[in-house]
Each structure stands twice: as C-alpha cells, then as structure tokens.
Design a protein around this ligand. Structure first.
Ligand code: NAD
Ligand code: TYD
Length: 331
C-alpha cells in the first residue's frame, strides 16, 4: 500500500512505519514537522526505504508536496503531552485540530482513505468498567479536548462528504523511542541516573498499558479491515497504577524506593483509563505483549541505547524539566 504517514518521526508513528515497511512492504512517505518530540533518529533503520518530507500538517503546501500518489493517509501528528497542554494549549489547537482539518481536505480532494490515530483520553476518566466506542466523549485536558475535536471533525467528513474515514483510539503506549517526558521513559532514565522519581498526587491513578508495537499492528489492522465511518478502540492487556509501575521500574533497574518523591498533582488529573477492544478484536487483532514483558524489554532498550536519549537529556529537555518539576536533573 502507498501511505502518507503524518507524524511518522515520533514514538508511535516511527514504530508503525517500521512495521509497515518490514512486514508489509508498504511504500511510505513520512510528513513530520520535527518538533521537540519528532526525531529522524527514530527512523534511521528504515531511512533508505522511505521518503521523508519535513513540514507541518497545518500547511496545505507541505501536505500537497508530501501526498504524491498515496492511497491512504494515517495521521499520528499531534502535540501529545498533557502537562504541556496545561501550560500552553495554543500549539495543541493548531496541530491537533487545524492540522487534522488540512489533512481531511487533502484526503477529500483526492478521495483517499483516512485513518486518524486517537486516544482513550477522549472518553475522560472511568471509575469502574471499560469504555466502548459508544461511550460519551468527555475529555478533561486541552490535549484530550483537541483530540476529541479532531475526532468529531473526522466523523463529520464521513457523514457529510462520504470520505472513507477510520478512527483508532489507543490506550497509554510504552516502549522504545518514547520521549522521556512521559511516565515510563522518564522514570526509567531517572532511575538509571539515580535521580528522583516524581510521582503525581497519591500515585494511584490507573493507566491501561499498551506495548507500542501492539498499537502499530492495531492501527494497521483497522486501516486494512475497518469499516469506513467506524471507531475502533485499541487497549492494552493490563492495567496498573502509577506507583506500581514506578516500583516495577525500580526493581528492573536495581534501585530502591528512596528515589520516589510524591509531588504536586496534575490539575484535572484523570483517575483511571480503561478501554474495551472487543470491536477491534472481532476484526482479528489481539494485543500480544503483556505489561511485565513489555516493561522489561523497554528498560533493556533504554539501558542499551544511550546514543538515543543522551542528546535529549543534555539539551532543551533540561529546561523543560526544571520548569515543570522545579528542580534540575541529576541535582
Ligand atoms: P509523539 O509526541 O512522540 O510524536 C508526535 C509526532 O508528531 C512527532 O514526530 C512530531 O514532530 C510530529 N508533529 C507534531 N506536530 C506536528 C505538525 N504540526 N505537523 C507535522 N508533524 C507534527 O507522539 P506519540 O506518542 O507517538 O503519539 C502519536 C499519536 O498517537 C498522537 O496522535 C497521539 O495523540 C496518539 N496516541 C498516543 C498515545 C501514547 O500513549 N503516546 C496513546 C494513544 C494515542
Ligand atoms: P503520562 O505519561 O503523561 O500519560 P497520560 O497523562 O497521557 O496518561 O502520565 C501517565 C500517568 O503518570 C498519569 O497518571 C500522570 C503520571 N505521571 C507522574 O506521576 N509523574 C510524572 O512525572 C509524569 C510525567 C506522569
């Protein structure tokens, strides 16, 4: 298949590109703005198999240049970190909403299939049970609100223009190449460095952990077998609260619990996410990686790939970290 993958230099997008090139022999063009979270390094092992276009999804000229003879657009491009959306929502509106609109227009003009990569956070928090695709949308952060706005726009293009749209909503991903502002890579790198482990609130918020390759396969499955106009949830096989995640990382890195530091809670912090994936499973997808195994693989990857994270930990990330946590790394 000929694919335009937007945001393909990020964590999940680059994993998806690798899977498509290696397992499906797809012809892939990546369009990516290369924000702080997008890195050519994430694609270095498939660099010679793909075409890379540096540009923004909110720029119709860049989109037209990248689109070529693509048969489908898969959109990963987004501002993705909840904490950054709280301190500065503007970029989230431009990329997540305006950018999605530009891509939908490009797909409509050319009659392309369009898959929007979305998140369980559009449903908000759930105390018990799991969200299905028909659960009400109740986002609580500027990040999830802009992702919800984008999803609604995508659905409107199906209903209004008959565009072949699909939406695939994943639960919390983890795995290699994840930028260390997110819980798991942040805790792994801090633990390896013997740095503090900042747990928000009481640490009892629950997330439904999905290994990134499982999400990549789920998105590919929805793209190939999904029914246009439909939404597919793609949730991980295991749920775990943050404190338990941090304790597992402490064990895997040989550290002790004295590194844990409870810090001020995130405003509007969602308590629990949980997705039912029955609809995608009925199409033949299954999560293959249990949390225990995936977490151990992830810790090993970060331990063995300091070439990947050293430039991040010694660059602008330090300023972000100091601003957000009120203390320096390795202080
Ligand atoms: P990421 O932050 O690692 O990567 C985002 C990528 O998008 C980067 O390469 C960045 O350069 C690019 N980008 C940002 N703004 C752009 C723009 N305006 N134009 C073009 N490219 C732009 O994110 P991720 O974790 O890989 O998430 C990818 C997608 O999956 C997002 O849409 C996110 O909402 C969704 N998602 C993420 C998770 C998760 O746990 N990380 C879970 C479910 C869904
Ligand atoms: P995060 O990785 O930001 O993903 P999301 O908020 O999109 O689920 O956070 C996962 C959980 O970890 C969330 O409950 C917030 C918590 N958390 C901490 O306790 N400390 C941290 O330093 C970070 C980044 C997150």
């Amino acid at each position: 298949m000929r694919l335009l993958v937007c945001g393909g230099a990020g964590f999940i997008g680059s994993t998806f590109v690798r899977l498509r090139v290696r397992d499906h022999g797809d012809d892939v063009t990546v369009l990516d703005k290369l924000t702080y979270a997008g890195r050519r390094e994430n694609l270095q092992d498939v660099e010679s198999d793909i075409r890379f276009v540096h540009g923004a999804i909110e720029d119709p000229v860049a989109v037209a240049d990248a689109i070529g003879d693509a048969e489908a657009i898969v959109n990963f491009a987004a501002e993705t970190h909840v904490d950054r959306s709280i301190s500065g929502p503007e970029e989230f509106i431009v990329t997540n909403m305006q950018g999605t609109h530009v891509l939908l227009e490009a797909a409509r003009e050319r009659g392309l299939r369009y898959l929007q990569v979305s998140t369980d956070e559009v449903y908000g928090s759930i105390e018990e049970g799991s969200f299905t695709e028909s659960s009400p949308l109740a986002p609580s952060s500027p990040y999830s609100a802009t992702k919800t706005g984008a999803d609604l726009l995508v659905s409107s293009y199906f209903h209004t223009y008959g565009l072949e749209t699909l939406i695939c909503r994943g639960s919390n991903n983890y795995g290699p190449h994840q930028y260390p502002e997110k819980l798991i890579p942040l805790m792994i790198l801090n633990a390896l460095a013997g740095d503090h482990l900042p747990v928000y609130g009481d640490g009892r918020n629950v997330r439904n952990w999905l290994f990134v390759e499982d999400f990549g396969r789920g998105i590919g499955h929805a793209l190939a077998h999904g029914v246009p106009g439909e939404v597919y949830n793609c949730g991980g096989p295991d749920e775990c609260d943050n404190l338990t995640v941090v304790r597992k990382i402490i064990e895997l890195t040989g550290r002790d619990e004295s590194l844990i530091e409870f810090v001020t809670d995130r405003p509007g912090h969602d308590r629990r996410y949980s997705l039912s994936s029955a609809k995608l499973e009925a199409l033949g997808w299954r999560a293959q990686v249990r949390f225990e195994d995936g977490l151990a693989r992830t810790v090993d990857w970060y331990r063995e790939n300091d070439w990947w994270w050293e430039p991040i930990r010694s660059g602008a990330y330090r300023e972000y970290y100091e601003r957000h946590y009120g203390r320096a790394l390795n202080a």
